[in-house]
Write a protein that binds this ligand. Sequence first.
Ligand SMILES: [Zn+2]
Length: 242
Amino acid sequence: MIPAWNVQSEKAAWASPWGTTIESVGWCGKSGLVLVHKVSGRAKYVPMPCNSWLCPDCSKKRAEEIVKQFGDKTTWMDRVWFARVRGEWLTTDRKRLNKRRQLKGHEYVLVRRYPVFMTSGYPLFNKANGYRRGVWIFASGDLSGKLPPTTGRFVTRRFAIDLLAAEALLLPGVAKTSFSVGWKEKRDPPTGMSWPLGLHGRDASRDAIEALYRFDPHLVLSPEEARDYLADYLVVHRSDNR
Ligand SMILES: [Zn+2]
């Protein structure tokens, strides 16, 4: 199925919207995407961040992006509502929080940390960091209720940013982060589009589009244009070296 190809040879022949910026932007070296041209059968390897919270390079970049995004979304606010939920965080908790958010018209960023401190992929309990376990919520308004999160408090925006950066996102140890819908970045690839691409369909295609943006933040292609560009290729797979 996969035709003969020679990864990363003749780079100039594969000039693309990525231009020559691919290698110049810090790549952790752990992950990539293989694109095979549908007609010529030649392939191209696109370095991609592995985006793992256990990757020293990618997790730091992700944490920085989250702090910046939170700062951008709260520029107009003096105070931010903050809550900690210790112990388990279940799907029902997440659904409850979202329902509350909708009813009250607030937005939030949530950071869920591993129940045990993680280092190099191995679970390792660290007493000093134990208090940072659980879920951290920073919101535009009070999201407390009878069930978790039951209590919270208002802090200054500046304090919230520091808390988010230095405590909630302390690395390693972050399991997951999420912004509520109103605080999400608008530039995410569109959902629900059908892609005339590859074996892995939409996920790999979205990865490819994300790669376009990540490696050239100044890229002027719209998601639709990027999709058209990528339609010439077959997205073979995402290779992970973790
Ligand atoms: Zn990485």
